[in-house]
Design a protein around this ligand. Structure first.
Ligand code: NAD
Length: 275
C-alpha cells in the first residue's frame, strides 16, 4: 500500500489521499470513479448534494474490489438536518451507494442559522452506534461550532472537512481540531483552480527541483502537514498525477515557503453564509 493511513479518534484509520467527486456529472461518475479505482485510489469522498452517489456505488460494485479495501465518505445535506430526517437521508445515501455501511458520514455544513446541527449530531451518534457508519464527522465547522458540539454531545467528531489550501490554511480551526483529536480533511486542496497557485514561485521552484508538477507539490505539502486530501479531476492522467506523490518529499524550507502563501484567500463560501 502506497497511501499512508491516519488514525482516527475512534480506533479506525483513513487513507490520507483519496478522490473527491464534487461537480462530477452524475452521468459520468461511474466512468470517472472507475478510472480513479484503476489508478489506485481506495478512498472516495462524495455527498448527497452532489447527486452522484449512485454513480459512485455502481463503480464500486463493478470494480470487484473487496469492501474492506475501500473507504467511502458521504454527507448529510443541510435541508435534512434534524433527527428523523437525518436517519432517512442516511438510508437514502446507503441505498444509492449500494452499501451496507459507509466508512465516514459527515454533517456537510453547520447551517447555524437553522440551529439543528447539535440535534443532527446526536442522530449521527445513533447511526454510528448502529454500525452503519464506522466513523462520523463534520464539515465546515469552525471553532465555535466544534466547541458547542463537544459541550453538548458525547462523541468527538473523527474529522472536520474544511476549505484548506496554501492561500487559506485556517490555522485556528486546524490547531483547535488537532488539540481535540480531530483530523483535518482539506477540501479544495488545489484551491479549486480559482487562483494562480500553480504559478507561485514557491510552488514552481519546488516542482522544478523534484521534477514534479505544481499540483503534485501542493498535494505533497498537504500530506506533509498531516492533512487528509482528495483532489478532484475528471481526467485519468491527472488522477494518476495526483496519486503519484509518494516518491519525493519537500524539504523543510520548501514546505515553509508554501506555508508562507497564506493570505486568507477563501475561494468558496464562508460557513456562516451557507444554510
Ligand atoms: P480541488 O482543489 O481538488 O480542485 C479541483 C480542480 O483542480 C479541478 O477543476 C481540476 O481541473 C483541477 N486539477 C486537478 N488536478 C489537477 C492537476 N494535476 N493539474 C492541474 N489542475 C488540476 O477542488 P474540489 O474538487 O472542490 O475539492 C476536492 C474535493 O473536496 C471535492 O471533490 C469534494 O469531494 C470535497 N469538497 C467538499 C466540500 C465541502 O463543503 N465539504 C466543498 C468542496 C469540495
Amino acid at each position: 500500500d502506497t497511501v499512508p493511513r491516519l488514525a482516527l479518534n475512534d480506533g479506525h484509520t483513513i487513507p490520507q489521499l483519496g478522490f473527491g467527486v464534487f461537480k462530477v456529472d452524475p452521468a459520468e461518475t461511474t466512468r470517472i470513479v472507475t478510472d480513479a479505482l484503476k489508478v489506485g485510489y481506495r478512498h472516495i469522498d462524495t455527498a448527497a448534494i452532489y447527486g452522484n452517489e449512485k454513480g459512485v456505488g455502481d463503480a464500486i460494485a463493478d470494480s470487484g474490489i473487496a469492501r474492506d479495501e475501500l473507504f467511502i465518505t458521504t454527507k448529510l445535506w443541510n435541508d435534512r438536518q434534524g433527527t428523523q430526517s437525518a436517519f432517512d437521508a442516511f438510508e437514502e445515501s446507503l441505498e444509492k451507494l449500494g452499501l451496507e455501511e459507509v466508512d465516514l458520514y459527515l454533517i456537510h455544513w453547520p447551517a447555524a442559522k437553522n440551529d439543528r446541527y447539535v440535534e443532527s449530531w446526536k442522530a449521527l451518534e445513533k447511526i454510528r452506534e448502529s454500525g452503519r457508519a464506522r466513523s462520523i464527522g463534520v464539515s465546515n465547522f469552525l471553532v465555535p461550532h466544534l466547541t458547542r458540539l463537544m459541550e453538548e454531545t458525547d462523541i468527538v467528531p473523527a474529522v472536520d472537512q474544511i476549505e484548506l489550501h496554501p492561500a487559506h490554511q485556517q490555522p485556528e480551526t486546524t490547531a483547535f481540531a488537532h488539540k481535540s483529536g480531530i483530523q483535518i480533511e482539506a477540501w479544495g486542496p488545489l484551491g479549486q483552480g480559482k487562483y494562480p497557485l500553480f504559478e507561485e514561485p514557491a510552488v514552481t521552484r519546488a516542482a522544478h527541483a523534484h521534477a514534479k508538477s505544481p499540483a503534485q507539490v501542493v498535494i505533497r505539502w498537504h500530506l506533509q502537514r498531516g492533512n487528509i486530501v482528495f483532489p478532484k479531476s475528471n481526467s485519468k492522467q491527472r488522477m494518476a498525477e495526483n496519486f503519484d506523490v509518494f516518491d519525493f518529499a519537500l524539504t523543510g524550507a520548501e514546505e515553509q515557503a508554501i506555508t508562507a502563501l497564506e493570505r486568507e484567500g477563501r475561494v468558496a463560501s464562508h460557513p456562516d453564509d451557507v444554510n
